[in-house]
Design a protein around this ligand. Structure first.
Ligand code: GLU
Length: 499
């Protein structure tokens, strides 16, 4: 049963590199529940880890999520009543809570140097101690007392004093009762004065009125610490939902190092449509609306959304399924819209591959269109010819470049042609020269009448050399439609060149 109380959910990516596909996955499920309950979906940037901060990453998070149509109601760029939505702009917010936790005996200063902590860990490992984690050397000591001991650092961190009876299980909306391992005395304030994720996430989720924390299952082990912080600060904890991790076909966790598809930008670079990726992510660990209906809109997903349907067995990222969906969405676009997508794709990713005849002579600025207006018209006209067999936008230019510049006849294709090439070319030229209207239909009818009916050639034998002359290859977009787009003069030129 879904609650009808408007829920507030957030996605909280860290700008540590180009965005991970998991960020889109989490955004989708957070957004679905927010919309389903008439609540709000918030984008918060968790940039407290200065060492891992990557400039430009935040802008990529905004642009990829917008591209997917996963729009947020509150966030650093759109504002909202609970801002700022970037943690680095909220540092003053966290400090009083740290002070409160110290005063109330729930947290303590720790002056141990990284070297001392490393040595401590090595010793714990060597002696195979069952209890590991921080040994509380600093706990209960004043600065002066601690300074007398080795491994002292001038600037302390602040740690949680995790009690022995810390609650280790919690209720997860997807998984039911979940048990997590006993946490260490987690650092909540770093030596540089920045809070760690654990403190910042709890403070912000509370102050931003987050009702449901939906995140990847890698955070399950952190949840007992978060629950402690809620309790100590006297706040009501949100509902927890830990989504399954996306997996490679070999079931390993999807990672940028192993799988290019872990990068959201990869899907743009390859020429996937955002609708296809969004639909694909809807099917990750979540059943299709019905067995034979995997295609579904975001609105349908939202309308039928239910946490109970999430399957916690790591969903496998099957690119073949995504390709199929992409083809489906490509074919469902009106031709003009598909042409816009193809043109944008070429201008963004394939500028260097555009044949020289189709290039603007001197694009003044690198952002100016590289394609000439004529080339754009040709691509627009030819889009319906290639749409039925297109899987990715990146395939369009290679399929169409014979229309944009000179063809280079593939020697193997030419060698496979069985017909008497000069004879067929001569007859074809004569037919085309005599045509009144130069359309796919008149070309087809004229050539069939002459080559097949009068000269008695088999269709395949008759048309193969024409295809080779016009397109350079034996497999191409529809021939007569392509000839109409090329125009009579250019067709004649190519036919004569092959003869
Ligand atoms: N900043 C965390 C991340 O990058 C967010 C985890 C959470 O949603 O609590 O994954």
């Amino acid at each position: 049963m879904n609650s009808i109380t408007p829920a507030r959910l957030r996605v909280a990516p860290s700008p540590t590199g180009d965005p991970h596909v998991g960020t889109a996955y989490m955004s989708l499920f957070n957004l679905a529940y927010a919309r389903k309950t008439g609540g709000a979906f918030i984008l918060r940037i968790e940039d407290t880890d200065q060492a891992r901060y990557v400039a430009g990453s935040e802008a990529q998070i905004f642009s990829t999520l917008s591209w997917l149509g996963l729009d947020w109601d509150e966030g650093p760029d759109v504002g909202g009543p609970f801002g700022p939505y970037r943690q680095s702009e909220r540092l003053d917010t966290y400090k009083p809570f740290v002070d409160q936790l110290i005063e109330e005996g729930h947290a303590y200063y720790c002056w141990c140097t990284p070297e001392r902590l490393k040595a401590m860990r090595a010793e714990q490992e060597a002696s195979k101690q069952s209890v590991t984690g921080y040994d509380r050397l600093c706990y209960g000591k004043t600065r002066e007392e601690r300074a007398k001991l080795p491994g002292f650092s001038e600037t302390p961190v602040v740690r949680m004093l995790v009690p022995d009876d810390v609650e280790l299980s919690f209720t997860d909306l997807i998984r039911g009762e979940v048990r997590a391992p006993r946490p260490d005395d987690q650092v909540i304030l770093k030596a540089d004065g920045f809070p760690t994720y654990h403190l910042a996430v709890v403070v912000d989720d509370h102050l931003m009125g987050i009702t449901h924390v939906v995140r990847g299952e890698e955070w399950i082990s952190s949840t007992p610490k978060h629950i402690l912080l809620y309790r100590w600060l006297g706040w009501e904890a949100p509902s927890w939902c830990h989504m399954p991790l996306l997996r490679n076909p070999d079931h390993s966790k999807i990672s940028k190092r192993k799988n290019p598809a872990a990068r959201l930008l990869w899907f743009q670079e390859e020429g996937y449509l955002p609708q296809a990726l969004r639909n694909f992510l809807q099917l990750m660990g979540y059943p299709p609306a019905s067995d034979d209906e995997e295609v579904s809109s975001l609105d349908d997903f939202v309308a039928n959304f239910d946490w109970a349907k999430v399957n916690t067995v790591g969903p496998v990222f099957d690119i073949k399924k995504l390709d199929w969906l992409n083809g489906w969405y490509i074919r469902s676009l009106p031709s003009d819209e598909l042409a816009d997508r193809i043109l944008d794709y070429i201008e963004t990713y394939q500028r260097d591959d555009v044949p020289s005849a189709a290039r603007s002579t001197s694009p003044a600025v690198s952002q100016d269109p590289i394609l000439t207006p004529q080339a754009r018209d040709i691509i627009r006209a030819a889009t319906p010819l290639i749409a039925p067999r297109l899987t990715l936008l990146k395939e369009a230019l290679p399929k169409l470049d014979f229309l944009l510049g000179d063809v280079e006849v593939d020697a193997q294709a030419r060698a496979k042609v069985e017909a008497d090439i000069p004879a067929v070319m001569e007859a074809t030229v004569a037919v085309l020269e005599a045509l009144e209207d130069f359309t796919a239909q008149t070309i087809h009818e004229g050539l069939e009448a002459r080559l097949v009916e009068e000269l008695g050639l088999k269709k395949k034998t008759a048309f193969a050399p024409i295809r080779v002359a016009i397109t350079g290859v034996l497999v191409s977009p529809p021939l007569f439609e392509s000839m109409e787009i090329l125009g009579r003069e250019e067709c004649l030129r190519r036919l004569r060149a092959l003869a």
